[in-house]
Ligand binder design. Structure first.
Ligand SMILES: Nc1ncnc2c1ncn2[C@@H]1O[C@H](COP(=O)(O)OP(=O)(O)OP(=O)(O)O)[C@@H](O)[C@H]1O
Length: 178
């Protein structure tokens, strides 16, 4: 985008989503996601591997590109990284966060053995915590059938060899209306 203003952003989002079914668009350094309410074939293991270790500037905008960038920065500089997922109810925050976690689980789970792309036990446990947390903390609303009733701070901990050692989830931002 040559200019980062509202008409330019809206025009680009419309062209990419309506005409090309691309739900992800970069607006500056922010990745904007449009909820497609449809199962798109863009999250499979082969797509994870396409982003793994690549320069995200050369690839289509994707939540996996954001996750890859964070993973790369963490491994290169040994510094904690944060991804902020924001948007109105039903925008797709929870789904995006789960895909980012899935990316870390696959990439972190397989980094100790490049030939083994299976997710190991710790990574499986981290991903399996999602339905448990949703059973306790989600409810149907007029805007979202599976609405999170509390904000989440999810911390994923990695070992030096970049495999996942564990994860923690904390509640925050409990709105009065929720
Ligand atoms: N990338 C996606 N692909 C397909 N469907 C999606 C995607 N993102 C969201 N959805 C659909 O939209 C629904 C709502 O998304 P989600 O629960 O992630 O919203 P949210 O922003 O977390 O909302 P809330 O703030 O109410 O918790 C999902 O249950 C799913 O059906």
């Amino acid at each position: 985008m040559s200019y980062l203003n509202e008409p330019e952003v809206l025009y680009n989002l419309q062209v990419r989503f309506a005409d090309r079914n691309c739900i992800y668009t970069y607006c500056g350094i922010v990745l904007v996601a449009i909820n497609p309410y449809d199962d798109l074939p863009i999250y499979g293991n082969e797509i994870v591997q396409a982003y793994n270790g690549q320069d995200s500037n050369n690839l289509d905008p994707h939540i996996y590109a954001v996750a890859e960038e964070a993973f790369k920065q963490m491994s290169r500089f040994e510094q904690n990284q944060s991804i902020i997922v924001s948007g109105e109810s039903g925008a797709g925050k929870t789904v995006s966060a789960k895909y980012a976690m899935r990316y870390f689980a696959i990439v972190g789970g397989s980094s100790h053995d490049e030939t083994q792309k299976e997710i190991s036990l710790v990574e499986k446990k981290v991903l399996a915590s999602n339905p448990i947390m949703e059973a306790i903390g989600n409810a149907k609303t007029t805007r979202n059938d599976n609405s999170s009733r509390f904000g989440k701070y999810i911390e994923i901990d990695f070992k030096k060899d970049l495999t996942i050692i564990g994860a923690q989830m904390r509640t925050y931002l409990l709105e009065k209306s929720r």
